[in-house]
Design a binder for this molecule. Structure first.
Ligand SMILES: NC(=O)c1ccc[n+]([C@@H]2O[C@H](COP(=O)([O-])OP(=O)(O)OC[C@H]3O[C@@H](n4cnc5c(N)ncnc54)[C@H](OP(=O)(O)O)[C@@H]3O)[C@@H](O)[C@H]2O)c1
Length: 250
């Protein structure tokens, strides 16, 4: 909820908004704040029918999936086939719904409770990475491998990609740079997604939330339980997202 506005903004006091605040080593932004200052292009109006919990949970994985699959992965025309990893996680689970809205069908790689979640979210096929060999089970060709888990590399998947297909990971690294150079002489390509706050993408996400996209919420926890929540995330016990309630949580 907006409490005060600066000049030249379309937002007004009382508006319900959601968004993604870019973070990094130099902006000292922190997180889990009760009150914060955001720039107008880092937020969008929250649709009235969408809860604050859903909207808050959606922004980071939603933008990562949209920008990773549509912009970096070039998944734009209907009829695409995408392989998505890390479906127990926030990014991977939301990516299944985003792929669907980009007109693609998805094959999901997950484990444990993520397998059922991926089926529920509409993946056409789900591979249990702890019970199956993912490389023999995933039947290509794919337009895109969206490695939400950032667990693999382009050269492991290039044989399953169509010509001009892309392997996109969520973590930048030296390996990605090396693979990018190697891929220059290959029919397929690779790169990583670096999430950016873009009002048009937040508005697109808002419209999808309004028309039924839902984010899997593992739990909503009070601020005082944040250490427990972060430990759960670290142990890989979370299905979807944990939302921190900073208003009712002291
Ligand atoms: N580039 C960006 O701008 C950006 C933005 C947001 C997040 N990220 C990054 O994206 C990644 C995913 O974020 P998230 O919030 O979804 O994380 P998360 O909630 O921790 O989920 C990661 C998922 O990856 C899968 N996984 C874990 N270990 C694996 C392994 N060894 N092999 C294969 N799969 C494995 C697990 O799902 P299953 O058990 O179901 O396979 C896990 O739930 C993180 O590395 C995060 O830092 C990047």
């Amino acid at each position: 909820m907006i409490e005060a506005v600066g000049e030249n903004t379309k937002f007004k006091i009382g508006d319900s908004v959601f968004g993604f605040l870019p973070y990094g080593p130099f902006n000292r932004r922190g997180s889990f704040a009760e009150v914060l200052i955001a720039s107008a292009d880092e937020i969008a109006l929250k649709p009235a029918g969408v809860s604050h919990i859903q909207a808050a949970a959606a922004a980071t994985p939603g933008l990562t999936a949209i920008q990773g699959m549509r912009d970096v992965g070039k998944l734009s025309s209907p009829g695409g086939r995408v392989l998505i990893t890390g479906v127990s996680g926030g990014v991977g689970s939301v990516a299944i719904s985003v792929a669907q809205r980009l007109g693609a069908t998805s094959v999901a790689i997950g484990s444990g409770r993520g397998v059922e979640l991926a089926k529920k979210l509409g993946a056409s096929e789900v591979i249990d990475r702890k019970k199956q060999d993912v490389f023999t089970s995933a039947q290509g060709p794919f337009d895109l491998v969206f490695d939400a888990a950032a667990a693999y590399r382009w050269n492991q998947w290039k044989g399953k990609l169509k010509a001009r297909g892309m392997y996109v990971t969520t973590l930048p690294s030296l390996s990605v740079l090396t693979d990018k150079l190697m891929s220059l002489t290959s029919p397929s390509g690779t790169w990583f997604v670096g999430i950016k706050s873009k009002p048009a993408d937040l508005q697109l996400l808002a419209s999808w939330l309004d028309s039924g996209l839902t984010v899997a919420i593992d739990s909503t926890i009070p601020l005082r339980d944040i250490t427990k929540g972060l430990a759960q995330l670290k142990r890989g016990e979370v299905l979807g997202r944990i939302v921190v309630d900073v208003i009712n949580g002291f």
